[in-house]
Ligand binder design. Structure first.
Ligand code: NAD
Length: 454
């Protein structure tokens, strides 16, 4: 039996060793999920709503233990992990309202009545990354269950622990068994089996753009539904009339948060030329003050990177790049990396063009609004972005001009449970969160009812 050692990135020690699921066992999970799904979809909507509320309550009651586990497994600061777990409970609460609001239409037609229904897809496969494991799992599990589906969740091999715990808590809270399944195993085998399995009607994937493309290609074979939340190289556009303190201070979270392992990281900051020097001076102070260290300490603002391999990849983006200044990081065990600012840097330098997924930001300079928008859009990605200005008309004009799915004006917040989230271009396909997520877990059925028959 193959085993996966789950490592704590701050100490490099094994937290837990888990058995990988076998292909035969996964077949069995999918078959049982299919039976459970039919019973679940037949339950009254209130039953599904109450089950989701019970999961939310179970998360709340286990908030600190889940936060500690997430912080240890990801290396995420405990204060961020507490916020993340509160967000998981809130996601289940938000979608608990959905079963009773899965409304259809009645459409005027000749000869009868026409109505639409939003039917569940069946068994859906959920494949998640290691950077915000339980947050991203909840974004998929909650709307999928609310809409009457069963789920098979395959978390990243590096960070399966909180997803496994959530599934246990859900069953203890009263969710019928076999509806919420977590399978541990490598993407290339177990993930692929989910993608290709004819009993899985849909794949909701969050991860890298390369794996997303591969999944989309293979899902096409069975015309399987897919939603993809992929990589990013998001821009912040800082105009000279902006609140420069807020724009600089906010980068503590917006590009160094979770050690930059954030698909929405504002890793390209375009600053209007006349504001460049004051902005850099402010940013240097911000970076010098970022507390990098033990994820379990309340004061920590940034933990380690997820693995030694990832730290080497991030380092490769800094080796040949113009480093203007850096913050600090611990030495000794742990995959530490100091917050790093690159400047002056060309738009075409690979560090300014590719997703680094580490605490590294490129600061670039612009002279006009049109130029800033064009350069922000000169990327294969289109996930998030921020516009910093005190000119309201310009903020809306620029927001409409930037090709990205999640934009914020005078803010770096891209994600709210009640609002849609997803990417333009190669950052993805489909939307999670908000009311839109339910579209991704339902099929529209149209029924014509003949009223002329006697
Ligand atoms: P990854 O693509 O390597 O892995 C993601 C998941 O896919 C893991 O569970 C992995 O086991 C699985 N997988 C890998 N190969 C597979 C295959 N061939 N078939 C099926 N499943 C497979 O990504 P990662 O390194 O875990 O995460 C980092 C990436 O995720 C970054 O690119 C980041 O931008 C992206 N991300 C995007 C969002 C978003 O919402 N857009 C959010 C978080 C992370």
């Amino acid at each position: 039996m193959a085993v996966i050692d789950v490592i704590e990135p701050a100490t490099e020690q094994v937290i837990e060793s888990l058995e990988q699921i076998t292909p035969a066992a996964l077949e069995d999970v999918i078959a049982r999920a299919s039976v459970a799904q039919r019973q679940w979809a037949a339950q009254p909507p209130q039953f599904r709503a109450e089950a989701l509320l019970a999961i939310a309550a179970a998360v709340d009651n286990n908030r600190e233990a889940l936060a500690q586990l997430e912080a240890r497994n990801v290396g995420m600061p405990i204060s961020d992990a507490r916020g993340a777990i509160a967000g998981v409970a809130a996601t289940f609460r938000y979608y608990a309202a959905a079963p009773e609001r899965l409304l259809g239409h009645t459409i005027p037609v000749a000869g009868g009545v026409d109505m639409t229904f939003r039917e569940p897809i069946g068994v859906v496969g959920l494949i998640t990354p290691w950077n915000y494991p339980l947050t991203i799992a909840a974004w998929k599990v909650a709307p999928a269950l609310a809409a009457g589906n069963a789920v098979v969740l395959k978390p990243a091999e590096l960070t399966p622990l909180t997803s496994l715990r959530l599934a246990q808590l859900a069953v203890e809270a009263g969710l019928p068994s076999d509806l919420f399944n977590v399978v541990v195993g490598p993407g290339r085998t177990i993930g692929s089996q989910l993608v290709e399995h004819p009993g899985v009607g849909k794949i909701a994937f969050t991860g890298s753009t390369d794996v997303g493309k591969d999944i989309a290609r293979r899902a096409a074979e069975g015309i399987k539904r897919v939603t993809l939340e992929l990589g990013g190289k998001s821009a912040a556009l800082v105009f000279a009339d902006a609140d420069l303190d807020a724009a600089a201070e906010g980068l503590t979270g917006a590009v160094f948060g979770n050690s930059g392992q954030d698909c929405c990281a504002r890793s390209r900051v375009f600053v209007e030329r006349s504001a460049l020097q004051p902005f850099l001076e402010k940013l240097e102070k911000v970076v010098a003050n970022i507390v990098v260290g033990d994820p379990l300490s309340d004061n920590t603002q940034m933990g380690p990177l997820i693995s030694a391999g990832h730290a080497a990849t991030v380092q490769s983006y800094v080796d040949d790049a113009p480093v203007l200044f850096r913050g600090s990081a611990p030495t000794g065990p742990g995959f530490w990396f100091a917050p790093t600012v690159l400047h002056p840097i060309d738009d075409d330098h690979r560090s300014a063009r590719e997703e680094i997924f580490g605490p590294v930001v490129s600061v670039l300079t612009f002279d006009s609004e049109d130029e800033a928008v064009a350069r922000a859009n000169d990327t294969i990605y289109g996930l998030a972005g921020s516009i910093w200005t005190s000119n309201a008309a310009r903020s809306l004009r620029v927001a409409r001009g930037v090709d990205a799915g999640a934009l914020a004006v005078n803010s770096y917040t891209s994600v709210r449970i009640a609002t849609p989230f997803g990417g333009f271009k190669q950052s993805g396909m489909g939307r999670e969160l908000g009311p839109d997520a339910l579209d991704a877990y339902t099929e529209v059925k149209n029924v014509f009812f003949n009223t002329t028959a006697t």
